[in-house]
Structures are given as C-alpha cells and as structure tokens.
Design a protein around this ligand. Structure first.
Ligand SMILES: Cc1ncc(COP(=O)(O)O)c(C=O)c1O
Length: 403
C-alpha cells in the first residue's frame, strides 16, 4: 500500500467553477482604462451604476456614526435601526406590512443577498428559472450553490419581460425557484402588474420560491414612483425573497450595502448562511443607510428626473439612427437597442464602437443567448455626454452599415 498522501488535484479549482465565467463587463472596463490612458475621449455607457454622489445627509449620518465610535461588530442581520427602516420602507413600497426586525437581513450589497439566499435554499438537483437576457450573477450564484439555472428566453416583441406561458413550459418537478428582475438589467424592462399576477399564480400552483430583485424599482419612468412588486400579490409574501439595496437608488454602490426581505421563517435560513459569510456589514455605514430610507425621498426623485431627461435624449437619438430598433423600457438607466441589421455579432459591434469610436457599451450576448444582436447602453453619464454619444453612435453605425 502506498504511503503517498499527495493529492494530485491539490491546486486545482473546485469543479463547481468549471462553468463560471469571468465577467464580460470587466473586459470593457479594462479597455476603457487603456484608451483613457492614451488620452482618448470615451463615452461611458458601460457603467451599471448612478454617476451621482451619495446625498450629503446620508454621508453625514455615516460620518457621525463613525465619529461617535460605531466601529464594532453589528448583529448578523443588521443594526435594529436599519432593519426597522427596511421593514417600514418595504411596507410603504409594497402595501404589505413588513416587520423589519424579523424579516429584513442587511447584506454587503444586493449581490450578497442573492448569493446567501441561493446558498440557503438551492441544492444539487434544483432548477432555478432565470430570465435571458439577464444580469449574469443569477446564473452564476445558482451554479455556485449547486443548482441548475434554466434560462427563460425573453423577446423584444414582448418588451423583454418573462411571458408566463413560456415560464410554465419550463417548470418541472425539479423547479425550486423563479427569479424575477424587474426593472431588468440589461433591458430596463418592467413586468406589468398583470404579468406578475400570472407568475404569482404559477409560483403558488407549483410551490415555488420567488426571488424578486427590485434594486431598480425606484428608478421608474412609468406611472407612479415605483415599479410593481410581486410581493404585493396575495399569497406571495410567504414565498418571496425581495432583493434590494442602496447602490442604485441612493448612489451608494461603493458602500456595499443591500438587503433581503422574506418571511420570518425564510429569514431564519438566511441567517444561518449569513453567520458564515461576512458575519455582519460594516456598522457605521448602516447608520447612514437607515437615514437614507427614513429621510425624505426627494433626492431619489431628483436623480430619477435627471435620468428621465437622459433617457428621452437617448431614445429619440436611437430611434433616428437607421437600422436600429429600440423597446422603450420603463425602468433603470439602461437601453437595449437592436443592432441586428448591421450583420455582425453584438460583441463585434461593441468592439468596433469601443476601439474605433471610443463608445463603451456592453454586448448583449454578455447577458445571455437571447441578448445576441443587442447592446446595453447605460445612460449613467451626464446629459451632455449622452448627447455627444448619440451623435457619435449615429456616425459610427452609419459607417458600419457601409462596410
Ligand atoms: C439586477 C441587479 N441586481 C443586483 C445588483 C447588485 O447590486 P449591489 O451593488 O447592491 O450588490 C445589480 C448590479 O448591477 C443588478 O443589476
């Protein structure tokens, strides 16, 4: 018998990483940096975060907390003031009474909320329905938790929202969870209340958990101030995990702060995973975040109205470019124009725009197979840059059409 205790696979990565890609968006960021180092004037449509500063009253509250010595571990699920604020805000936003002390979990960004929830509820053999195109984190977090992501294709003709009949066809006895991102990334499209009602019926009929990513809900250009939530539909509060955060609504992406809201029962499982990930979120920033939720929301309305101006300019500009079609999305700060008529893949068009015209956009294919033929444009840059960008894009696509 050999005494060799050397493990031949000692330095190799875990097999669960085999299908985990490196982010396609990062590649664009790196190339933008190179171009800027060469002194090129780049149009920044690649960035999925607001370009505004965090409102002053929120920064002040965090700074005050730091000064008064809020520098020690917080409870695993967050400081009481913030959990309460999350509960109160969710009650206002959804019309469903939420007790933040029992149902809210503060996370290091919505990202952590997604990963922790997947670890809490998904296991090998489980299938999880995710939209295509979609923000790639969903698929990856499902895979890391050992589950199988099943993509639900969406189409421009349907406004890039999940069609309940398509979802139903993909449900099997293994389906454990349905993930809804509304407003969506990369499309900005919003599930209507009626479509959410139909999805809720399916979730109840097939006993599914629902993960409802509402991180862009307040960046809403439709009627009212917030996109509809599946959580508001009777019977859904007990089976829905809301994912939300501060990154987009309050321009706090660098703070790394988000949350989940779920039933008391589901939150107990979330807590178990939470205790073994980052344990708790930075304490003093949580005090700033509580103020963000409790204070007057004028700062959010101001930001959204600025986004609306850019959206109008971008939509009008895109509609005027020959060969481009565009769905008018009701949320977020993304547009997802169709560039199929140029006869190239979306990655080829994105590379061409970046390298030859210094327009940074993300190829739709980065977000899934159904994103092929589209570009994600994030209008998270000034109105002036949007105007300049549209003019440059028109010329660039005009030249591409003649190539
Ligand atoms: C749909 C969606 N959910 C969650 C996140 C992550 O947000 P956070 O910065 O809170 O981790 C993003 C970020 O781009 C997103 O687009």
């Amino acid at each position: 018998m050999s005494n060799d205790t050397t493990n031949p696979g000692g330095l190799s990565p875990a097999s669960r990483l085999a299908t985990v890609p490196l982010s396609g968006i990062r590649k664009v960021f790196d190339r933008v940096k190179e171009l800027e180092a060469e002194g090129k004037d780049v149009i920044h449509w690649q960035i999925g975060r607001p370009d505004f500063d965090t409102p002053a009253h929120i920064k002040q509250a965090a700074a005050d907390a730091l000064q008064r010595g809020e520098v020690h571990y917080a409870p695993n699920l967050g400081i009481p003031a913030l959990r309460k604020a999350i509960g109160d805000r969710t009650t206002i936003d959804t019309g469903i009474k939420v007790d933040g002390m029992k149902q809210a979990s503060v996370m290091a960004g919505a990202n952590e909320g997604i990963m922790v929830s997947m670890m809490a509820f998904i296991q090998p053999g489980d299938e999880v329905l995710v939209g295509d195109p979609n923000w790639h984190h969903y698929k990856t977090c499902v895979t890391l938790a050992g589950g199988t992501p099943i993509e639900v294709p969406t189409r421009e003709e349907d406004g890039f929202v999940m069609v309940p009949e398509v979802v139903e066809r993909l449900i099997t006895p293994k389906t454990k969870m349905l993930c809804i991102t509304s407003p969506g990334n990369p499309t900005g499209c919003v599930q209507s209340k009626e479509s959410l009602e139909a999805l809720a019926k399916l979730a109840i009929k097939h006993n599914l958990l629902v993960m409802s990513d509402e991180i862009y809900a307040r960046i809403y250009h439709g009627k009212g101030t917030i996109a509809p939530s599946i959580y508001s539909i009777p019977g859904m509060a007990e089976r829905t995990i809301i994912i939300n955060g501060f990154s987009k609504t309050y321009a706090m992406d660098g703070w790394r702060l988000g949350w989940t809201v779920a039933s008391e029962e589901l939150t107990k499982s979330i807590l178990k995973v939470r205790q073994y990930t980052t344990v708790c979120v930075n304490t003093f920033i949580q005090h700033g975040a509580a103020v963000a939720l409790n204070a007057d929301q004028q700062c959010v309305d101001d930001m959204v109205s600025e986004f609306s101006k850019r959206r109008k300019v971008m939509l009008e500009g895109l509609r005027a470019i020959p060969g481009v079609s565009i769905v008018e999305p009701e949320g977020a700060f993304y547009l997802f124009p169709n560039i199929k008529s140029f006869g190239k893949t979306s990655a080829e068009v994105a590379d061409y725009l970046l390298n030859e015209h210094h327009i940074a956009a993300v190829a739709g294919s980065v977000f899934g197979a159904a994103g092929e033929g589209y570009l994600r444009l994030a209008y998270s840059c000034s109105l002036e840059e949007c105007k300049r960008g549209i003019e440059r894009l028109g010329k660039a696509l005009g030249q591409l059409g003649k190539k």
